[in-house]
Design a protein around this ligand. Structure first.
Ligand SMILES: [Fe+2]
Length: 397
C-alpha cells in the first residue's frame, strides 16, 4: 500500500443532469471522477479518461506506443463496478468485465495537477549579464560530429538558453549543412533548403541588404514559424555586421510581471503577418494569423513569440475598442525588448555556427560595409526536440 495514498469514490450523486455550461460541469465533477491523494497531492481522474488510457494489451499497443481502444465506443457514463488498491496499483473493473491497472506513480506523473506545475520545457531566461556570467561553452566541430556527449551538451545549452554555438566548423556550406543535420531535419522554405546570401538584393527582403535590422523573429508569416535558425558567416571583408540577440521570453516575463493585462492582450489578440515577393524569379504571397505571444493555457508557459515589425501586415483583426490598448501593450513589450541590458551582441566569424530558437530569441544585426557572405537554414522544431528526448535530456515533456 502506497504511503500517503487515499482513494475516494463518490456514489452519492445519483442523477446528474448533463450540464449545459461549465459551472454545471463543475457541480458534477465528483460524480464523473475518481479522487486520489498521492504523496499529499489531490488529483481527480475522470472515469472515461481512466478507461481511455487503459494500458492493458487489448487497449494499448506497447510495441508501437499507440492506443488500441476505440474512444468513440466508450460509454460516456462509464463507471467502474469495482475499485481496488493492490500495493501501489489501482485496479478498476469495468461493467463489461475488462480490468484496468494503473500504478499510482504513473497516474501521478500523468495527472493534470502534475502537468500544471511542470514546465513543458525548462529554461533559463536571460539578459546579457545573465548569459555572459553563465560562461556557456560552445561545442567543438569534431567532437560534435563524432560524440553524442557533445551533441547532448550542445542541445542542453540550446534548450536552456535558446541559443547555442558550434565552433571550428569548416568554412563551407556543406559543413554547415552537416552540422545542422546532427541536430535535426532541415526545413525547406521559399528560400531553399540551405541558403547563402550576400547584400545583393537578390530577394525581396531587407535581409539581402547592408542595412541594420532591428530585433525580430523570422517567418512570422507562417502558421508554424520556423523553429530554429542557423547562421554561419563564411566571409566578411568590411566593418560592422554584429548579430544582435534578445531573449524574447525574458522580455515577455518582465511584461507579465509589470503589466499582466498587457501580456494577456498580446497573448489573446491575433494579428496578421505577411510576405509578398514579386520578382521575375520569385512569386510569393504568404500570410498567417496569430498572437504576438502564445502560452499554454494550463500553465501559462510562453512557448512562442511572433515579433516582426517588418512583416506585420495591416492590422484588421483587432476590434476597434482594443486597437489603442494593443499598441500600448506592444509598446511596452518593445520597450522591454529594446532595453540595452537585454541585448547580446555577437560577432559571427567564419567557423562559428549559431543555432537560434526562432520561437524565443529575437535576432537582428548592425549595418555593415564590404562583402559579407552568410549561409544557413531553418530546422524543424519537433525534430530538434525529438533528438534531445532520444538523448535522454531532462526538462522536456
Ligand atoms: Fe531574420
Amino acid at each position: 500500500m502506497s504511503h500517503f495514498f487515499c482513494l475516494f469514490v463518490c456514489f452519492f450523486y445519483v442523477f446528474p443532469p448533463y450540464p449545459a455550461d461549465l459551472s454545471g460541469w463543475k457541480r458534477t465533477l465528483w460524480f464523473w471522477s475518481l479522487r486520489l491523494n498521492y504523496r499529499g497531492a489531490p488529483m481527480l481522474f475522470n472515469y472515461v479518461w481512466l478507461r481511455d488510457h487503459c494500458r492493458s494489451a487489448s487497449s494499448f499497443n506497447t510495441a508501437t506506443n499507440q492506443r488500441n481502444v476505440d474512444t468513440g465506443s466508450i460509454d460516456l457514463s462509464i463507471r467502474p463496478v469495482r475499485t481496488n488498491l493492490q500495493g501501489d496499483n489501482l485496479i478498476l473493473t469495468w461493467p463489461d468485465g475488462h480490468t484496468t491497472e494503473y500504478s499510482l506513480a504513473w497516474l501521478f506523473e500523468n495527472s493534470y495537477e502534475k502537468q500544471k506545475q511542470t514546465p513543458v520545457q525548462r529554461r533559463i531566461l536571460w539578459n546579457a549579464d545573465v548569459y555572459n556570467k553563465a560562461h556557456v561553452q560552445p561545442a567543438k566541430w569534431e567532437k560534435f560530429m563524432e560524440t553524442d556527449d557533445e551533441l547532448k551538451k550542445f542541445l542542453r545549452n540550446y534548450l536552456l538558453y535558446g541559443i547555442a554555438f558550434v565552433d571550428e566548423v569548416p568554412n563551407t556550406v556543406e559543413a554547415t549543412e552537416a552540422v545542422t543535420q546532427r541536430a535535426s531535419l532541415i526545413r525547406e522554405t521559399t528560400y531553399g533548403k540551405m541558403w547563402c546570401f550576400t547584400s545583393d538584393f537578390s530577394r525581396g527582403d531587407t535581409a539581402y541588404s547592408q542595412l541594420a535590422l532591428d530585433r525580430h523573429t523570422d517567418t512570422s508569416y507562417f502558421h508554424e514559424p520556423c523553429g530554429i535558425q542557423v547562421f554561419h558567416c563564411l566571409k566578411h571583408e568590411g566593418t560592422g555586421g554584429r548579430t544582435l540577440l534578445v531573449d524574447g521570453f525574458y522580455a515577455a516575463e518582465q511584461l507579465r510581471q509589470k503589466s499582466p493585462e498587457n501580456f494577456e492582450l498580446l497573448a489573446r489578440v491575433p494579428i496578421r503577418h505577411e510576405y509578398i515577393e514579386n520578382t521575375d524569379s520569385h512569386k510569393n504571397h504568404i500570410t498567417a494569423i496569430g498572437p504576438v505571444l502564445q502560452a499554454y493555457p494550463w500553465n501559462n508557459e510562453v512557448y512562442m513569440m511572433r515579433y516582426n515589425n517588418y512583416d506585420r501586415s495591416v492590422m484588421n483583426t483587432v476590434p476597434p475598442d482594443a486597437v489603442q490598448r494593443w499598441y500600448v501593450a506592444h509598446r511596452e513589450l518593445t520597450a522591454e525588448l529594446r532595453r540595452p541590458e537585454n541585448e547580446l551582441w555577437v560577432k559571427l566569424t567564419p567557423g562559428k555556427v549559431i543555432f537560434i530558437d526562432n520561437w524565443r530569441v529575437l535576432h537582428g544585426r548592425e549595418s555593415f560595409t564590404g562583402l559579407r557572405q552568410l549561409c544557413g537554414c531553418y530546422l524543424t522544431r519537433d525534430d530538434v526536440l525529438s533528438t534531445a528526448r532520444c538523448l535522454g535530456l531532462e526538462g522536456l515533456s
